[in-house]
Ligand binder design. Structure first.
Ligand SMILES: [Mg+2]
Length: 166
């Protein structure tokens, strides 16, 4: 199976049914930051905050897996969501994902990675046998280093028969 193929695709984090995750024996969740939790305005919506809250209440372990270190973003996440962050994760390389699994004390196939980029979030998760969930980016306006990859991602999703409306 190609590492480019997400195991599931959703319109946004808040649309992911927690029972769906439980059905796939998922106990841990890894979250991307940019365009998954918030866009360039760093605005965390009520829906996202509530989703994270109910995931915690349902017993899921949650970590943020980020390729960068950004003080302001990290503080917003910590103060609003109260979740730990693994920075400089080097997605899609395996190291950050394996570190997260170790920290969560879970097996790789009990963990779902949720993110808006195929070439970092999805590929990295697939490489270590985690459940990969692609979410539609929150905002079309985004950093240049991400924007150029979008047409390719749309082609990949289409190839695998996923509907992509972003
Ligand atoms: Mg992202």
């Amino acid at each position: 199976m190609s590492n480019l193929k997400p195991d599931a695709v959703f319109d946004g984090l808040q649309h992911i049914d927690l029972e769906f995750l439980k059905g796939h024996h998922i106990r841990g969740i890894l979250l991307d930051i940019d365009n998954t939790l918030f866009d360039m305005s760093y605005y965390l919506s009520e829906e996202i905050i509530n989703w994270v809250k109910s995931a915690k209440e349902k017993g899921f372990s949650i970590l943020v897996l980020s390729n960068t270190y950004h003080k302001e973003k990290f503080e917003i996440i910590k103060s609003n969501l109260d979740i730990e962050i693994i920075s400089f994760a080097k997605k899609p390389s395996k190291s950050g994902f394996l570190r997260a699994a170790k920290q969560m004390k879970l097996k790789n196939d009990e963990i779902a990675m949720i993110g808006d980029q195929i070439f970092t979030d999805v590929v990295g998760a697939n490489r270590v046998g985690m459940f990969s969930i692609y979410v539609k980016p929150i905002n079309k306006k985004e950093y240049w280093y991400t924007a150029w990859k979008r047409p390719i991602e749309r082609m990949i999703l289409k190839h695998y028969g996923y509907k992509f409306t972003g």
